[in-house]
Design a protein around this ligand. Structure first.
Ligand code: SF4
Length: 284
């Protein structure tokens, strides 16, 4: 069995930089992470072991008790930031610059008089941060969710980790349902996400099944697995090497390997090593 790793896979610079910042924190026990730093349980366990307090995403409405608060790479609204500062919290800000770019684009579109439509999941923390400072907006996760908006100008943005082809289909639907409006599209899908989607598209032409490594709750990881399944290929979504089972790969000549943007290089390497062992076992 041949194993081919996607040309772009795994951790992005935004997550890597956030982890570097947290590695430098001297007294983790007085620091609360405001939501999941990444949607990856391997990383979350490591942070817990170091002593960081971690707020579940559903608990973010409450003010953390800790004196220092980490803003995750997904970002937060200015309103929320001000609430934390007003409560005397010292912020350790790991917001990815590509998320900040989406916030700024949303503000610019609003100031230009456009009604903002965000393509993304309404319950995703990044999207909550983007729309948190807007007075009126719509969030659309699917084509079916697109509405008719009473606006002469519509500005469309996208969650950074959204699949490009689905975003394009939703944009077309917005235009079709709102012919009265002048539409402006700001492409805010981040380059690391595009690179991983493109690399997966190339990989799918060469393999019969794909192992996708990443957190169970990671939006971009789940989307990678869905892309494989939509193409009719078997997709095995795992968080760690230990989850791989030999019998999954019986009969496959070539298996691809990719990973979401919050997957650590060592996790990806361990999965690849386990796949190589399985390949040897199956050939024996
Ligand atoms: S996925 Fe993109 S936007 Fe999100 S942290 Fe990584 S580089 Fe930044």
């Amino acid at each position: 069995m041949k194993i081919i790793t996607a040309a772009a896979a795994g951790i992005c610079f935004g997550v890597r930089d956030a982890l570097v910042t947290l590695a430098e924190v001297g007294q983790p026990e007085r620091v609360a992470i405001y939501g999941e730093l990444v949607h990856n349980e391997v990383v979350l366990h490591q942070l817990q072991a170091r002593g960081f307090q971690q707020l579940a995403e559903a608990e973010r409405a409450d003010l953390p008790a800790a004196s220092h608060v980490v803003i995750t790479a997904h970002g937060i609204s200015q309103q929320r930031r001000q609430q934390l500062l007003a409560a005397g919290k010292t912020l350790i800000d790991t917001t990815c610059p590509l998320v900040t770019r989406v916030h700024l684009a949303a503000q610019r579109l609003t100031q230009s008089g456009a009604f903002v439509v965000v393509i993304g999941r309404p319950d995703h923390v990044e999207v909550e941060g983007i729309v948190g400072d807007l007075m009126s907006y719509a969030v659309v996760p699917t084509r079916d969710a697109v509405g008719t908006y009473p606006a002469t100008r519509i500005g469309i943005l996208c969650q950074t980790t959204f699949p490009t082809d689905e975003a394009a289909a939703i944009r077309r639907e917005i235009a079709a349902r709102n012919p009265q409006a002048e539409i402006r599209w700001v492409d805010t899908i981040c380059q690391p996400t595009k690179d991983r989607q493109q690399a997966l598209a190339e990989l799918l032409n060469q393999v019969e099944a794909v192992v996708v490594v990443g957190g169970r709750h990671s939006h971009n990881t789940r989307r990678l697995a869905e892309t494989c399944r939509r193409r009719g290929l078997a997709a095995f979504h795992v968080q760690e090497a230990e989850e791989l089972e030999r019998n999954w790969f019986q009969g496959f000549g070539a298996v691809g390997l990719t990973a979401g943007t919050s997957t650590l290089p060592e996790t990806l390497a361990a999965v690849r090593a386990r796949l190589e062992t399985i390949a040897v076992e199956l050939s024996g």
